[in-house]
Structure formats: C-alpha cells, structure tokens
Ligand binder design. Structure first.
Ligand code: 3BY
Ligand code: FES
Ligand code: FE
Length: 431
C-alpha cells in the first residue's frame, strides 16, 4: 500500500461531503499534521465510522472480560451496537445487539452475564449461538430459523478480541495473527483475570488520541510516572554527538536483552507494518529501566504471581500497536490494553484494562492502586494533551505543522494509513 498523489476517482453515487473529503485527502501534506476538518467535521467523523471503523478490525476487549459461558460485553461503534458472548462450548461470538423482531437493543450494559439472550421488549429469546429459540404469539407458520441474530466477525488473538463489521473483513488479519501469536502466546492472556478497567472520556477527536499514542516526543515533558520505567534513550530523540554514547549503550542493552529473551522462547524483534498493510500493526519487546520489571512507579512487578509459567520478572515490555484503535503492553506480571472508541467528532472513549494471573489474589499478590497508578496518571496527562490539541485545531490560526523526522515517524505512519484507507474506500465500489 502506498500513498499516491493521483486524484481519488469517486464512486458515481458520491455526494458533496465525499467530494470535500476527497479534496482534503488529496492535498494532505506528507510529514504534517492533518487539516482541521479531519478533527472537527461531523461529516468526516461519519466517514471515519463508515470507512475505518466499520471496515477494519477493531480491538474491543480482552477474553478475561468474558471468561465463562454466558458472559458478554457490548461495544458501540457509531450507531452499531455489538454484543460479544461466550457460548456453552467456550467459543466467543459476536452479534449485532439488535432484536430480529422490531429491532430493540438487546443488552444495555457494557458487561454482564446471561443464560439466554432475552429481548427486553417482547421477550424473543436467543441462545448463546444467536439462534432464536423462543418467540410467543407468532403463529404456527412462523419460521424461527429465519430470525437468528445477525453475526459480526470476531477473532480472538491470544486473548485480544477484535471484531469487524464489514461483510468481508480485511483478510490480512490472519497473517497478522499468525505473526503475532508467538509474541503474545507465552503471556497467556486468556488465563488472566481483569484486575481493573477504567474508562475515560476525552474531549477530542479519536485521531488525536491515536496520534498522541504514536509518539513519545511528549513523554519527558508530560509523563513523570511512565518515564520512570522507560530508558532515557529508548523512546526517541534527535541523534547527535551529545547522546551518541547513550543511544549506543541503549542499543547494546536491547541487543543483549533480545538474545536473553529469544533464548527463553520469547520473540522480541521489532515488526514495523503500521502503514504497509490494511490491518496495520507494529510490535517490539523493549527492556525497561531501573529494576526493569514492569510499568509501575518503582519498576518492580505490580503482581507477585507472574503470568503464565514465568519465573523471570525482567521480561521487558512487549508492545503491540494496531490500526486504527489499540495498543497493549505485555509484561511478566500483567497486561495493560487500550481500546479507543470514537463517540463524535470531538469526543472519544478510552478504555484501559489491566489483567493479572487469574489465581493472583488482590491485597496479597497485588493492589489495584499499585497496578494502575502509572497508566491512570499517564492517561490523564494524555487526555489533557488531546483536549489541548482539539481546542487548538479549532482555532482559525491552526495550520498543519511538521512532524519530527526522529520522534514522530509513527504519527506519520498513522496518518499515511488513515489517508490511504480513506482514499481506498472513497474510490471503490458501492457503500
Ligand atoms: O507507551 C505508549 O503506549 C505510548 C507510546 C509513547 C507514549 N505513550 C504513552
Ligand atoms: Fe425484541 Fe420485540 S423487539 S421481542
Ligand atoms: Fe502520552
């Protein structure tokens, strides 16, 4: 996938909003932040939902949120509510959260547990595989089998749950999954429990949330808690004589750590495919500073009971970033996952979930406060930055500014991916 400068050939049924969007996509200046309407326009927000969030694989939660048959979670992508349920055979399934009778929403809570899926309106009842098993008053000739719940595509990638609302989801997810499994599997996320989940509402566009996540240029100035565990030379700077030695030392630490972890069966090498495929992703396992164990205030493990069968605490942080809406950090003692859900042009939900070994005991092996303090602080700092950005791009003085070639390469990768995917959607068949 490459960014071309050729004009987008619009579908014949394209409207004025699409034409405006196509013009903005065509004139996007490489290496610069996006023009203001991408963050402010409700029409572009609707296009984001349609072309990005309804066509790509969206990270919605972790398997430990739904450990038992009947456990469910719901997620709203624009007007589409999706119900994710574990069935009696322990299979995860996703359905549109919409009754086949007169369309009532079925489950209103974000998370819960049920025996069958019973519509609150007239009690049509579906089993955990989405089959309509009971509907009163519908007569002898009514065919229940024609009224099963509409399915949504779902993949469980080693405990990370992705859904896709498209009829034909991007097929390259299977390759991404195959390449990521060896990295993720050793941490056994599916054998964890949720220790904490926090939702924050950001008064900003979802793309500002994602762009902010894709760089650490802002870390030194804003994240005193997170930077305790990050190596000073590990998150980017402009290389020069003043830091050449520090960078070389860090690179040596990475090399030595990778050799140690690879020998333990933990793949560590970086994969960099954020803007070169439909299901853009990136991964790398990086050493942590000081005690080097975990992203905590003292960099020691937050949970004494380690994940899986790990006996070694210093496994660094395995990070996994996906387009368009997630990032994750897998450590020896816990996993922290972030799901970004767009609510409107200027409002975004960020859901953070911390998981520990399912046998870990709160108050004995870990405390929620110690486990969550770094990312609660960091999320709040990032929320403020996103809100400042949202306020600033609304100003008449805002014009796209230049990215650092050293520390904002992944922000550019996010924008290149976004622009490419939007152009592909606008230029192709019926919508
Ligand atoms: O660690 C993260 O997930 C991102 C990357 C850089 C800044 N940050 C909060
Ligand atoms: Fe669901 Fe009537 S709308 S049973
Ligand atoms: Fe940040």
């Amino acid at each position: 996938m490459t960014t071309t400068t050729a004009p987008v050939t619009l579908h014949p049924r394209a409207g004025r909003a699409d034409a405006m969007l196509a013009t903005l996509l065509e004139r996007r200046r490489p290496g610069h932040s996006l023009e203001a309407p991408f963050y402010l326009s409700e029409e572009i927000f609707q296009a984001d939902l349609e072309h990005i969030f309804r066509r790509h694989w969206i990270f919605v939660g972790v398997a430990p949120q739904v450990p038992e048959p009947g456990d469910y979670l719901t997620v709203d992508i624009g007007a589409d509510s999706v119900l994710i349920v574990r069935d009696d055979d322990m299979q995860l399934r996703a359905f549109h959260n919409v009754c086949r009778h007169r369309g009532s929403k079925l489950c209103d809570e974000h998370q819960g547990s049920l025996g069958n899926i019973v519509c609150p309106y007239h009690q049509w009842t579906y089993d955990l595989e989405g089959r309509l098993i009971h509907a009163d008053h519908m007569g002898e000739t009514f065919l229940r089998e024609q009224h099963h719940l509409h399915k949504v595509h779902l993949r469980d990638l080693e405990g990370l749950i992705f859904i896709c609302l498209a009829d034909e989801p991007p097929a390259d997810f299977e390759e991404v999954a195959a390449r990521m499994r060896p990295y993720l599997a050793p941490h056994k996320l599916s054998e964890c429990k949720v220790a904490a989940q926090v939702e924050i509402l950001e008064q900003g566009n979802w793309k500002l949330t994602m762009e902010n996540n894709r760089e650490c240029y802002h870390c030194v100035g804003n994240h005193p808690e997170l930077t305790i565990s990050l190596y000073e030379h590990g998150f980017g700077a402009q290389p020069g004589p003043q830091n050449a030695e520090g960078i070389a030392q860090f690179e040596q630490i990475v090399k030595d750590s990778h050799a140690r972890w690879e020998a333990m069966g933990l793949p560590s090498a970086r994969i960099e495919e954020l803007d070169t495929r439909v299901t853009g992703f990136r991964t790398q396992r990086l050493p942590l500073d000081r005690a080097g164990e975990s992203q905590t205030m003292n960099t020691e493990v937050a949970c004494k009971k380690l994940l899986a069968d790990f006996t070694e605490k210093s496994l660094g942080g395995l990070s996994f970033w996906t387009q368009p809406n997630s990032w994750h950090h897998f450590m020896s003692d816990h996993v922290v996952s972030f799901s970004v859900i767009p609510l409107s042009a200027g409002r975004t939900l960020v859901r953070t979930t911390w998981c520990v070994h399912k046998d870990a005991v709160e108050g004995v092996d870990y405390t929620v406060e110690n486990l969550t303090s770094v990312w609660n602080a960091t999320n709040d700092q990032d929320r403020r930055l996103v809100e400042f950005s949202q306020a600033g791009v609304a100003s008449s003085a805002y014009a796209p500014g230049p990215y650092s070639p050293f520390t904002e390469g992944l922000v550019e990768a996010f924008c290149v991916w976004y622009v490419d995917r939007m152009r592909a959607a606008l230029g192709s068949g019926p919508r």
